[in-house]
Design a protein around this ligand. Structure first.
Ligand SMILES: Nc1ncnc2c1ncn2[C@@H]1O[C@H](COP(=O)(O)OP(=O)(O)OP(=O)(O)O)[C@@H](O)[C@H]1O
Length: 268
C-alpha cells in the first residue's frame, strides 16, 4: 500500500449490502470494491448513492451484507477505530459554526489523540497544517466557520477529513459548492493522495475524467461497474439518466469527456 503525506491506503469491500429505512428497501444487494484508487458512485437523484455511503461511514446499519475496511467489518469497530480507518465528507455535515477553521480541522485529530482531552502532539500539528494547505484553506485558518462561503466550508470539511489521515476517504458530492477551478483542484488532489476514495458525483464529466472506476446505481441497485469508458456508454446513459450522450477525448487533457443533451434536443 502506498504512503503519501502520512496517508496509507486500505481496501474497501462492500459485500451485498441491503439498507432499509422504515421498512422500505432503499438499496439492495450492493457490492463494490475500491483499493488504492478513486471509485465514483454515480446515479440519478434518489438512486441510493448517499445511502450506500452512510452504510460505509456508519450512519446507517445495513439490514444485511457487510462493509469491510482495512480487513475489518466497519460495523464491529469501536468509533475511534473506525475514524482512524475511514473519513467522510458529507452533505450538510457538521459545520461547527462556533469554531475557527483551524479548530474545526483539528477535530479531525480526535481519533488519534488521547481518549479524554486534546493533544498538541507535533504529529497532530503537522497533519492539521498539511491538511489545510492541501485543501487550500490555510489562509482561512483564523476565520470563524460561520463567516465562510459554501465552497470555503466544503473545502474545510475536506481539510478536516485529510487531517484524520484516513486510509479510506468517502466523499458525498464534494464539489457541489465549488467553482470550476476548485472542482478540478479537488479531484486532482484526491487522485494524488494515494488514499482509497469512494466519491459520489453528479458531474459525469468529473467522474469520467478523474475516476479509475465507476459504479452506476439505478433505483437502489448496481446496474454497471467498470472503467468510465466501459460504463458511460450512450446506451447506459440513455437507460439510466434518460439523456443522449456521446464521448470524446478532451483536447486539453486527453481525458474522456461527454457531450450530452436532453432527449428532446437536436442540433438545428
Ligand atoms: N431517512 C429517510 N427516510 C425515508 N426515505 C429516505 C431517507 N433517506 C433516504 N431516503 C430515500 O431513499 C432513496 C435514496 O436516497 P439517497 O439519498 O441515498 O439517494 P441519492 O442517490 O444520494 O440521491 P441524490 O442524488 O438526490 O442526492 C430516496 O428515494 C430517498 O427519498
Amino acid at each position: 500500500m502506498s504512503t503519501q503525506g502520512g496517508m496509507k491506503a486500505a481496501a474497501l469491500y462492500v459485500d451485498k449490502i441491503t439498507v432499509e429505512i422504515a421498512g422500505r428497501t432503499i438499496v439492495e444487494d450492493i457490492s463494490l470494491s475500491a483499493e488504492r484508487n478513486v471509485v465514483g458512485l454515480i446515479g440519478p437523484n434518489g438512486s441510493g448513492k448517499s445511502t450506500v455511503l452512510r452504510a460505509i461511514y456508519r450512519m446507517l446499519r445495513p439490514a444485511s451484507g457487510r462493509v469491510m475496511a482495512a480487513d475489518r467489518d466497519v460495523w464491529e469497530l469501536r468509533p475511534r477505530e473506525a475514524a482512524r480507518v475511514t473519513a467522510a465528507v458529507v452533505q450538510d455535515g457538521p459545520s461547527d459554526l462556533e469554531l475557527t477553521v483551524a479548530e474545526c480541522v483539528a477535530t479531525g485529530r480526535i481519533a488519534h489523540g488521547p481518549l479524554f482531552g486534546t493533544s498538541n502532539k507535533p504529529d497532530d500539528m503537522l497533519a492539521i497544517e498539511r491538511a489545510m494547505r492541501r485543501a487550500g484553506v490555510n489562509d482561512l485558518a483564523s476565520r470563524d466557520m460561520s463567516s465562510l462561503s459554501g465552497g470555503e466550508r466544503q473545502r474545510v470539511q475536506l481539510a478536516r477529513a485529510l487531517a484524520q489521515e484516513p486510509r479510506i476517504l468517502v466523499l458525498d458530492e464534494p464539489t457541489n459548492h465549488l467553482d470550476i477551478r476548485h472542482q478540478l483542484e479537488l479531484m486532482t488532489l484526491v487522485r494524488t493522495l494515494g488514499v482509497t476514495t469512494l466519491v459520489t458525483l453528479h458531474d459525469l464529466n468529473l467522474a469520467a475524467a478523474y475516476c479509475d472506476r465507476l459504479v452506476i446505481l439505478s433505483k437502489g441497485q448496481v446496474v454497471a461497474s467498470g472503467t468510465p469508458s466501459e460504463t458511460l456508454t450512450p446506451d447506459l446513459l440513455h437507460k439510466v439518466f434518460g439523456i443522449r450522450a456521446q464521448s470524446f477525448t478532451n483536447p486539453l487533457t486527453g481525458r474522456m469527456q461527454l457531450a450530452y443533451g436532453h432527449e428532446t434536443e437536436r442540433k438545428s
